[in-house]
Design a protein around this ligand. Structure first.
Ligand SMILES: [Zn+2]
Length: 206
């Protein structure tokens, strides 16, 4: 893992505790989708908590902290990591859904979508999606772009298979807003700094 993205368990819990203490409600991607498409209401101070890359710590450390504060999240799986050292097992991935979390796809091997040819789409999306759905026993409807990088061709392709796809803090695409939902990386920053960054990054665009 890139060290600038590594957060200690204590910092992570402080960040989550801050969200809980500040009155945030974790939402699931389905709620965000229903809000964006059908204008359904969201709870006060909604926050979507996401994890990428299938690390074992997500199951061992993050999920119990979320549970403790009554939060749920979405875990985007890079499927090449199944049962590898330091990564979640298939059983743990299935367990997350039983705990009320959502599982999304983050490609097979983390190659960026801008590099895929037709065969790569099968390898990176079609096959991993099917296998992941077998593991969790439900549809996989959300995608996180490797490195947050997309182009319109890929967004169009993904729109056939996923309700929402997630980028990073770059602007949303006006033609494919549902396939370019913004997220911010939360590095090792204090809970207070996190709150300030969230306000800056997610200031209303319209
Ligand atoms: Zn990733």
């Amino acid at each position: 893992m890139k060290s600038e993205y590594a957060v200690t368990p204590a910092t992570f819990e402080a960040q989550i505790k801050m969200l809980a203490d500040s009155g945030y409600h974790s939402i699931l991607p389905e709620q965000l989708y229903n809000y964006l498409v059908y204008n359904k209401t969201l709870p006060e101070k909604p926050v979507l908590i996401t994890f990428d890359d299938s690390r074992a710590e997500h199951f061992n450390i993050a999920a119990p902290v979320l549970q403790k504060y009554g939060f749920r999240g979405i875990f985007f799986i890079m499927t090449i990591t199944y049962n590898k050292k330091n990564y979640m097992t298939k059983g743990q991935i299935a367990e997350l859904t039983k705990m009320g979390h959502v599982i999304g796809l983050h490609s097979w091997d983390h190659v960026m979508v801008t590099k895929y040819n037709e065969d790569d789409w099968v390898k990176e999306l079609v096959n991993p999606k099917k296998e992941l759905e077998r593991i969790i026993g439900m549809p996989v409807e959300y995608w996180a772009y490797p490195n947050g990088v997309y182009n319109r061709k890929a967004a169009e392709r993904l729109s056939h298979d996923f309700k929402l796809s997630f980028i990073l803090t770059t602007p949303r695409d006006s033609l494919y807003p549902l396939q370019t939902v913004r997220r911010m990386i939360v590095p090792k920053i204090s809970a207070k700094t996190l709150l300030i960054s969230m306000h800056k990054v997610f200031r209303r665009e319209k």
